[in-house]
Design a protein around this ligand. Structure first.
Ligand code: ZN
Ligand code: ZN
Length: 352
């Protein structure tokens, strides 16, 4: 097994070779054909998440190094453990990475995302920055027939995250407005298939002129330049005649969160997705007075992954732009992503 691993947080990944892992029990070994490079890989590579107020969520105690990142994995089944059923050698599958312990109450109730001991592929289990990967059970392997391999991998995190956030606002009506904040990779994905999940009119807020124009081409009813928060809020109030029914913050910075919250009408619902970090001052009284809801959304469930792939295979989700690079060029992929020089997704290929 050839892989690119974190040897030390924040230092360049290093190539390592190990014997091919042998699948045990229900495990399945796959030959990796593509793996997306996600923005959250940058945080894990750095070794912490910024929680605001100088606080950090340190990953040092949670992860054993060396470690292989990569949670947007697609591969071909290469070997089955003795108890693995439902897939055959050569099957092409997306690996659903958001796996729970399988033993606790929430896992047994089918809500693995709420597990306090997650076994995520690419953050706990070694991931897809490699030519081989182990999936714990065939039930986490999702078919993607008719979808290009390099695109299919991006649905495991980027696409799923957008889908799950939109689904949390599927109660909105046709006359409502939904503000999508941040038209980067995940936000733009959401704009692309919003109309398949929510009825509300879509407004996209982004500080970048090009991204706003792409958002309009992708189906946004209106766009707002939110580089000046006060002017942006005034414009939002004007378009929506008093506030949006829903907002999704794909950035997760103090300014975007405040915009998403203050731009809500009474009974409005904000979904926070972005992990930029830091904290925001919140008027506590405005929560009850305006009956607003703030909800966090993290990736999506196995059920939502199946729903999303049904939409994708029905041609209802426009593809996001992606660029394929050889696995061994992972370090430049990470630094390009860090510098904001990437349009859409970088997808690593071990075959290149
Ligand atoms: Zn991700
Ligand atoms: Zn569990």
């Amino acid at each position: 097994m050839h892989c690119q691993q974190i040897i030390q947080f924040g230092e360049p990944l290093q190539a390592r070779d190990y014997p091919t892992p042998e699948p045990k029990g229900t495990e399945v070994l796959l030959n990796v054909t593509a793996c997306g490079v996600c923005h959250s890989d940058l945080h894990i590579w750095e070794g912490f998440f910024d929680l605001g107020g100088g606080q950090k969520m340190d990953l040092l105690q949670r992860m054993k190094l060396p470690f292989t990142l990569g949670h947007e994995v697609v591969g071909e089944v290469a070997a089955l453990g003795p108890d693995a059923e439902g897939v055959e050698i050569g099957d092409k599958r997306i690996v659903f990475p958001w796996i729970g312990c399988g033993k606790c109450n929430v896992c047994l109730a089918g809500d693995e995302l709420l597990c306090m001991a997650p076994q995520t592929v690419g953050t706990r289990y070694n991931g897809g920055y490699a030519n081989e990967v182990i999936a714990p059970h065939p039930k986490y392997l999702i078919p993607y027939d008719g979808v290009p391999t390099e695109l299919a991998c991006t649905y495991a995190c980027s696409g799923l995250t957008a889908y799950s956030a939109l689904k949390k606002l599927s109660h909105l009506h046709e006359d409502d407005h939904l503000v999508i904040i941040g038209a980067g990779g995940v936000g733009l994905s959401a704009v692309h298939f919003a109309s398949s999940v929510v009825k509300a009119k879509i407004i996209v807020a982004d500080i970048d002129d090009t991204k706003r124009s792409i958002a309009r081409q992708s189906g946004a009813h209106e766009t707002i330049d939110n580089s000046d928060p006060e002017a942006a809020l005034a414009k939002l109030q004007e378009i929506t005649n008093g506030g949006a029914a829903g907002s999704i913050d794909f950035v997760g910075a103090p300014a975007t969160s405040l915009f998403g919250f203050n731009g809500l009408r009474k009974g409005g619902h904000m979904v926070t997705v972005g992990l930029f970090g830091d904290s925001m001052p919140l008027s506590i009284a405005m929560l009850p007075l305006m009956m607003r809801t703030i909800q966090g959304s993290y990736v999506g469930s196995l059920e939502e992954m199946h729903e999303l792939m049904a939409l994708v295979r029905a041609g209802k989700v426009a593809p996001i732009p992606y660029e394929v690079r050889p696995l061994d060029e992972v370090n430049s992929a990470l630094t390009d992503l860090q510098a904001g020089n990437v349009k859409g997704r970088i997808v690593l290929s071990p075959q290149k």
